[in-house]
Design a protein around this ligand. Sequence first.
Ligand SMILES: C[S@@+](CC[C@H](N)C(=O)[O-])C[C@H]1O[C@@H](n2cnc3c(N)ncnc32)[C@H](O)[C@@H]1O
Length: 356
Amino acid sequence: MPHPETASLLAYCRPGFEGECAQELAARDAGVGGSGFARATRGSGFVEFVTDHTEALAGAWQDLVFARQLLRVLGSARDLPARDRLGVLLPIIEAEHANGMPQRWCDAWVESPDSDATRELAPLCRGLNAALIAALKKKQLIDRGSRWRLHLCLTATDAAFAAAANIDETAPWPGGIPRLKFPRAAPSRSTLKLEEALLVLLDDDERERWLKSGMRAVDLGASPGGWTWQLVARSLHVIAVDNGPMDATLLASGLVDHLRADGFRYRPQKPVDWLVCDMVEQPRRVAELIAQWLAQGWCRYAIFNLKLPMKKRHDEVQLCLTILRDALADAGRRVELRAKQLYHDREEITVFARVA
Ligand SMILES: C[S@@+](CC[C@H](N)C(=O)[O-])C[C@H]1O[C@@H](n2cnc3c(N)ncnc32)[C@H](O)[C@@H]1O
């Protein structure tokens, strides 16, 4: 039956990172004078954050590291009858229309968090999605010009959140996960990490302006070449630094110079456009290295992975971002940072940095 709620937000995250996601939301909330709290279960892939400041926080998806999506909760229900889940959920949505929430929706997605327990809900989500769209159309609640998308998040066969997303400030992929196809010619699956990073951390216009054919890049920890492959696919010249071997086809492209060297000691002979780095190393060491490259002007843009320790992962991320900001401030520069735990990231996050 419907559960009346105080206002809350619903964030999706990588299962196992609910604590970090909740910490981040609490820090943001405290920053606007709130004292909200999270309802989270480890491994569930989502966090509900109850706060009086939903309006101030709802647009924060881009700035949150551990949240794949951030939605405004309209209501939630448990003990949903298997034969008529929408019969319970639609009145919750319609009641919210009266409370100032959108009158019409550009689209409606039925999804479930990314967790072992909810994976089997995918067929149910698909069936319910078709029924939901049909019901909304019948009630004339679909308007393709609306800035609002309706989300139903099934957390079990008989439990769901109804939530709203402003399409200008939320992730444009169901579940907050861009579905990427592994390019068969790429030498490693980690190619998807860089592809996703370019998609999530840059917008269309930035990708076009900042990633141009003929630009020069350095890839630290490049072997066997998945990240280099993404850059070569965009016609960049790459210096691939790694003691390990590089994929032979990639080397034959003529766009790659392979240097068997230590990524921490290597220095470019002249500045390059891009630095990418996927070395498995202590995150602080990587943050210091990238800060040095940016402060010295050895690169303009950087994308790098920070492999997270098992404990205090939120604190470690904040510390690494502070290392970068402080180092650039000492050099009289300001760094722009965008950090996310991507779908293809495991115990790690990916960061984009540039001198602003
Ligand atoms: C996760 S793999 C990189 C995979 C690569 N990004 C790809 O897409 O195929 C990490 C690489 O970092 C390299 N590595 C670790 N420490 C390094 C260092 N100090 N200098 C250069 N490479 C290093 C390892 O040899 C390994 O090949």
